[in-house]
Design a protein around this ligand. Sequence first.
Ligand code: ATP
Ligand code: MG
Length: 450
Amino acid sequence: MNHLQVLLPKALLQSYEGFLLSDHEGRVFFANAAVEVISGVKLDQIIGKTPEEMQEDGLILKQSQRILQKNPLTIYQKLNTGRDVFITSKPIKDENGKVLCYASNYRDLKDLNMLFDEHLNYSKISFLELERLRESVTKTGGIMSISSVMQELKRLVEKIAKADATILILGESGTGKEVISKNIHSLSKRSDAPYIQINCGAIPENLIESELFGYEKGAFTGANTSKPGLLEVANHGTVLLDEIGEMPLHLQVKLLRAIQTNEITRVGGTAKKQLDVRYIAATNQDLKKRVQEGKFREDLFYRLNVVQVEVPPLRDRVEDIGYLGKYFLDRFNKKYNKQLVFSKRALSLLEQYEWPGNVRQLENMVEQLVILSEGPSITERNIPHEISRSQWKEEYSTTSIRPLKESIEEFEEVEIRKALQVYHSIRSAAKALGISHSTLLRKIKQYDIT
Ligand SMILES: Nc1ncnc2c1ncn2[C@@H]1O[C@H](COP(=O)(O)OP(=O)(O)OP(=O)(O)O)[C@@H](O)[C@H]1O
Ligand SMILES: [Mg+2]
């Protein structure tokens, strides 16, 4: 006991963890050297002060906040030394429950963040997946569409999300297969469990097996520790096997077994592990054709194809072009701090284009237009030739000449939008444009200006 009484204060004084004692008012009467190291503040500026007094001295910045009001109390403090610290305080009570003092631990947020990053780096692929996931959650509010085909597809998605069946999502590149898969997961009873997207085409062939199924220590050179595979990480959740057509033939048997039995064996291991995973597969390839060519196993194809969702290309749902175009415009306007709108003619050019790269191509195009357009409108002049040309070809064979009325209207629309942005009342905008109030109202309606 005596030994401990001597050791304890020494250990606290020399501990790497910041340790601090304060009285019932929060006035500090003891702090070890680590507090000075972590906070970058000399101990004599801390000892004898309450947190309020430290804030008055400018030591603790105002943005500091209480994280948890509970016991123990956790506070996040931003210090004028540029350090961010986490402090966890616990009241120390006597046997009657009277508070004797508060014991607090000081932790450097930078250290915590570093540990967190290290932890995430531990499994690089899962980290990338998490990033992608975070991005897709913030990027889209689900499946955006107004076309009737997509409304029907959304109803189908809602229905199949609830059933736990395997799903095969087909569709051209950029049609939104990943968006739909994520939506199925969010609407399912697994929504709180992990959603792991595995791009079968992007993982080097010699790594796929160990990434998917994990490995045991010593399974191959460099396997110094055991590691769970992505299927195991996704336990209780959903796995999207993206670009499934790229899955190497020799692994398809093992994958089929994993899906059929929901059991896996790590590479280099013998023990079977029972999983509870829902599988969704997606591809832009013609899987049936790959089966015929002998590149995809027929049994795996039928196992995946329990429920099929086919996402139509964007050119087959023209209503979505304008709708998604405006949705992306809104998003990129916010991102680049602009207030651009499409002119009617520009929008109709977009609607008449084929969009071989589907929604992804439209999204990229709108971002490019927002970056490059000076405003206030995105007009025909801003639309790249490869998009507008497809229409010219139809309408005017080789020339880009169009009816004068159209050019005049487009010019008129741009000028009206400009005037409405500069003058905040319709009356003064009309005056500046040299037209009557009622003419301007009529034109606003004609050009659908909101
Ligand atoms: N209905 C939609 N609503 C909102 N955004 C969408 C929609 N459909 C697609 N997108 C966006 O378009 C881009 C491409 O979608 P996604 O990645 O899901 O396509 P994909 O079908 O998986 O393409 P690929 O076959 O090339 O992998 C993404 O940025 C996605 O957010
Ligand atoms: Mg995809």
